[in-house]
Design a protein around this ligand. Structure first.
Ligand SMILES: Cc1cc2nc3c(=O)[nH]c(=O)nc-3n(C[C@H](O)[C@H](O)[C@H](O)COP(=O)(O)OP(=O)(O)OC[C@H]3O[C@@H](n4cnc5c(N)ncnc54)[C@H](O)[C@@H]3O)c2cc1C
Length: 500
């Protein structure tokens, strides 16, 4: 029987990060992936020769000294990831559809504040106070900085107050509130449910800079593959843990895989959805409180997505990568309501991709959606769904296009829809528990499942354990790995490649 120091379950960006950290610290690691390929939500798909991103489109933190810049430096893969920064001046546009009003928001905290004050001169002090508070939270969150990393965030008052409450205390202006909470689409939780602290931890990086990456998530997967190979990390795709055996002193000794193979390991780190972790843990070791806690987690939002490309013959001189959020109403709580019947927000991601000597101008749209909206077909599987489902999808695509054409009439007859995806598509293609985009809903006052589990050599990491998005997912691995590697060695590993 093969024996490892650590087994890592799930090969999304959290599992890849965890495997590399442990291997770089001299540990013998086995990475298990249920699907046929590694990468989870980072993997791109190709249709009609056009590359489309699934779960990674843009990120903050890639500027020098940014959190992702640091992470990639420590993992020694920074030179394999090429950031493509969005236009600084109007990276992030918000369109209030009912008023046909456009707000162009730059990045760089100073510039954002200045632009917002131009739009809302009477709200200058509210704008300053908001950004001061965001900065305060991040300055007081040691776990979000590799230089001060600790196993816990260290909760602060802002962990126990909602984003909505903070905004209500600062301003009564609905448009400003919508703009300040607009990045809720990047974590999928209503302003009345997310803590101001977690909103700030996710958004500060995006306020500082916004970048896409050349070759998208594929660039990350390639970089990790190269490094994991150099460090002899074994990867098994199509594999998952079916059973834990040889349990003594509250520790699992052997891990039975779905293939019947048995492996031994000192530790096992799950980077998958908490409900999927629960399926593997033997019930007799779980307290009622633990089961209730995990079962009470709710899903973050999912998306209905349209993947489209502009006619290559169409010359749009200033087509540039950008994010455009279309808001039918300035009420972000309403737009993230899972049972919403009408239109929700649509986030459009424009990007340029070059493959095989061709340039593709891609437009992907993401509209918050939930399992409730596709409940009728939840037991069907991809490739074998009823015609009513196809009708639903076609209607949603038509509605999305109509809304896009109202804003960009020049795209009419020039935008070709290549594919579309519902919450069920994401669930089935990504081996994702419930089709949500960001794992569990990170609600104010909630304790997520992170670190040691009821069997003491099992650990939880991944987006649901800390914060969503690739930065939150990667940081969860840095935090949990800290419990597995000797402190002195870990500090040396962290500081070796961090510039001061
Ligand atoms: C539509 C969409 C758009 C997004 N856009 C962005 C964006 O632009 N920027 C950004 O930063 N974030 C974005 N995100 C969020 C981001 O993709 C996630 O936060 C992050 O990738 C999660 O990484 P993870 O490793 O925790 O989980 P995942 O990527 O979900 O990886 C989990 C892996 O575990 C595997 N697995 C599942 N069960 C088992 C099992 N029992 N045994 C073994 N393996 C198992 C899965 O197959 C998968 O490979 C987006 C997400 C979605 C869905």
């Amino acid at each position: 029987m093969q024996k490892y120091d650590d087994i890592i379950v799930g090969s999304g960006i959290s599992g890849l990060t965890m495997s590399l950290i442990l291997a770089m610290n001299g540990r013998k690691a086995l990475l298990l992936e249920k699907g046929p390929h590694i990468g989870g939500s980072m993997a791109r798909f190709y249709k009609q020769g056009i590359p489309f991103d699934t779960g990674f489109h843009f990120t903050g933190g890639l500027h020098k000294g940014g959190i992702l810049y640091d992470i990639l430096s420590v993992l020694e893969i920074r030179d394999m990831i090429q950031p493509l920064f969005l236009s600084e001046d109007n990276a992030n546009c918000f369109i209030f559809e009912s008023e046909n009003k456009l707000y162009e928001i730059p990045y760089g905290v100073k510039r954002i504040k200045q632009r917002l004050k131009e739009y809302f001169p009477e709200e200058a002090s509210a704008i300053d106070a908001y950004f001061d508070k965001v900065q305060y939270v991040c300055d007081h969150t040691p776990s979000m900085n590799l230089r001060t990393l600790r196993p816990e965030h260290g909760h602060i008052n802002e962990d126990f107050i909602t984003l909505e409450a903070v905004l209500n205390g600062l301003t009564g202006n609905p448009a400003l509130k919508a703009l300040l909470s607009g990045f809720a689409m990047c974590y999928g939780v209503k302003p009345q449910e997310i803590s101001f602290a977690n909103h700030s931890r996710i958004c500060l990086g995006l306020y500082e800079s916004v970048a896409r990456v050349r070759d998208g998530g594929t660039a990350f997967i390639k970089a990790f593959k190269t490094r994991l190979k150099e460090l002899n990390v074994e990867i098994k795709c199509g594999n998952y843990i079916a059973e834990l055996t040889d349990i003594r002193d509250n520790k699992a000794g052997r891990f039975v895989l779905n293939t019947g193979e048995e492996v031994a390991a000192d530790n096992c780190i799950f980077t998958i959805h908490p409900m999927e972790i629960m399926k593997v843990l033997p019930e007799k070791y779980l307290s009622k409180a633990f089961i209730n806690r995990v079962s009470s987690f709710e899903p973050s939002t999912g998306f209905f997505s349209v993947f489209a490309a502009l006619d290559p013959e169409y010359e749009e001189p200033d087509f540039d990568s950008s994010l455009i959020t279309m808001l039918p109403a300035p009420d972000i709580n309403l737009l993230l309501e899972p049972a919403l019947k009408g239109d929700s927000a649509i986030v459009l991601i424009k990007s340029i991709e070059k493959t095989g000597g061709k340039t593709h101008k891609i437009i992907n749209s993401f509209e918050p959606s939930s399992m409730k909206q596709v409940e009728a077909w939840k037991d069907s599987i991809t490739g074998n769904r009823p015609k009513e489902y196809d009708e639903y999808k076609n209607k949603k695509v038509e509605n999305t296009l109509n809304r896009i054409f109202r804003i960009f009439p020049e795209y009419k007859d020039r935008l070709k829809v290549v594919d579309a995806a519902t919450v069920l598509t994401f669930r089935d293609y990504l081996n994702n528990y419930d089709g949500s985009a960001y794992g569990i809903k990170q609600k104010v006052g909630q304790y997520s499942l992170r670190g040691r589990l009821p069997l003491h050599n099992l650990y939880a990491a991944g987006q649901s354990s800390l914060l969503p998005g690739i930065i939150g997912a990667m940081m969860s691995s840095f935090i949990v790995a800290r419990s597995l590697v000797k402190e002195e060695q870990y500090n040396t590993f962290l500081s070796k490649n961090l510039c001061s």
